[in-house]
Design a protein around this ligand. Sequence first.
Ligand code: PHB
Length: 413
Amino acid sequence: MPSAISPPAFTPLKDTVLFEPWKLGNISLEHKLVQAPLTRMRCVKNAEGINIPSDLMVEYYGQRASKGGLQLTEATDISRYASGYPGVPGVFSDEQLAAWKRVTDAVHAKGGYIFCQLWHTGRASPAGLLDGKTPLSASNIPISGKALNGTDFSATPPKPMTEEEIAEVVSDFGKAARRAIDAGFDGVEIHGANGYLLDQFLHDNVNVRTDAYGGSVENRCRFPLQVVRSVCEAIGSHRVGIRLSPYNYFQDTKDSDPNSHWAYLCERLATLPHDHRPVYVHSVEPRFDEVLDEKAKMDALSAYGSGKGVEAEATRKIGHSLVPFQKILSRAEIKFLAAGAYTRDNAVPKLEAGDADAIVMGRWFIANPDLPKRLAEGLPLNQYDRGTFYGASPPEKGYTDYPFFPGGTEVAA
Ligand code: PHB
């Protein structure tokens, strides 16, 4: 008799390393598939610059929770003027905390875990989004082009932060972490990537300071490392991670020597005392770019190595890879989460090679609320709709209306 059960759409991954248990700090996780931090702009506005996680967000995160799975929230404002982006949440008002508590409860009800990604956008938010306040950054160099609200970044160039302003943001990160824990989060991820404030201090095309926070790589790492310390002191290092993107171009960052500069930062993280050392680093593969496609990004990166001099020579030899960073961190037992164009095909080989402890997926999690189950069982995947990534009308479109299996159509991953 022919079987009524249709064959899997692709090889089920349930018996692979992707579905082996692992530990992150004090948390026991049951699989190694992590939901990426994804800006989705579905908050409701409470007051100017104060957005509250909506009922839809409770549903969205709850849908994507899985037993023993880990989710990272969308980037979340640590303070009133951290971004000013529309529809983006914060973790600085009581109403925001109460709403986040409903999100964390929904995730925990399914046996999942969730960390809050904490950000400050620095020069990526123009004055028009900040009640006219001047954006803060490492220097006065604006991003080229236009901001989210259609204004030229160069119309409101950033202000190089004073040491007092740096100290205030360091403290704000710690306070935001404490509040995130009060809202039921299992931990926090410091956003040190993608051209936002901390990354503006790391990348040497933006950080042209001549004080203790600029110039040498040691000085450029000072502010991010102070944030790590502040957050670890606020909530305990066992529930602190940081996201880094050495090869980032987004928001106009372009470091002269990402291989050695981020190796230095990883060495520093790896030699921190235990109670100030994050439990994980989450990093973005060189091939991934917010704007360029994979080929254009790799072409642009390899153009680095075509220059003259010692740095260009070293880049040509080493190439662009997260592996050297992961090796440095693993010596200190800092877990490594790899993100950037991961699919059902390339996730397992990365883990099998020992080059990551977990795989972070974004777009596939957007379109598949039951992604872990689909990958485990080889079930067809829903395709994602880019047009609804950053908001839609109605807001549930492309957000909470992707079908659970069975439903949707098979696509090439
Ligand atoms: C975005 O809003 O486009 C965005 C936000 C956070 C990221 C990357 C991109 O880390």
